[in-house]
Design a protein around this ligand. Sequence first.
Ligand code: ATP
Ligand code: MG
Length: 276
Amino acid sequence: MEGCLFGQLRALEENSVSATTASNLTIQNLNKSYKVAGGDVEALQGINLDIREGEFVSIVGSSGCGKSTLLRIISGLENGYSGEVKIGGKRIGGPGLDRGMVFQEHRLIPWLTVEQNVAFGLNGLENGERDTVVREHLELVELTGFAKALPHQLSGGMSQRVAIARALVNNPQLLLLDEPFGALDAMTRIQLQQEILRIWEAERTTMVLVTHDIDEAIFLGDRVVIMSSRPGTIKKIVPVHLPRPRDRSSYDFVQIRKEIFTEFFADVERPFAYEI
Ligand SMILES: Nc1ncnc2c1ncn2[C@@H]1O[C@H](COP(=O)(O)OP(=O)(O)OP(=O)(O)O)[C@@H](O)[C@H]1O
Ligand SMILES: [Mg+2]
């Protein structure tokens, strides 16, 4: 088991882009389809996207338009696609320590404590250094007092913060967030948006966030990528040139929200009434 885990970590290291390489992500003419019941389901079609180092990009799109598929391809968990996906000019060959991922559900290991969950997968450090890195990351997500707690003793928001710490612990160049706050109540969600903003400003990790929440996409992103329904294509990319922290009720914020809603529902025959 240990040998197996060691082998997996070696593979993660080999697939990583070194920290000295620029972390910009380049996606060129990406197409992905799945075989389902003998037929082809086209999930992504002709995706072209460049994300620069340190950028925060939000992705919105209707259910089933391929957002998770896109993140899984970037993370290296999904292959069998056509086109190019490169980080720092290097083709992605599988999962790597240079990429962290946070999912809608926290996926913590239930029998490990918070600090053990964060330390899990932390690679290549002596024990003392490991403890320091774990402590720093628990501080980063403001969970210092909960190091010895088990996942079932945490709230949903706290569990997601542990998942964020775990994803950041290897100091990835790219953090992929797949609806990380989707299962949380509105207040906790807003709190965690502020936390991820603080972490992004402190760490300057490149972040790609998939969300159904248009306000969240505008609040956090330098750009909002709007995807069409299946097969997923990029319909429009809306830049958000507003100073942070952003005021969700400001005139400019509301105008951007309106632009995204209009684009989002442009191909829906009877969009529901939306008043601003
Ligand atoms: N492993 C798989 N095998 C077959 N089809 C798949 C697989 N994963 C995804 N799909 C299909 O690809 C399409 C895109 O799925 P994906 O999960 O990427 O959508 P999504 O935009 O993340 O949706 P949601 O917002 O509901 O999470 C869907 O039609 C889905 O059924
Ligand atoms: Mg999804």
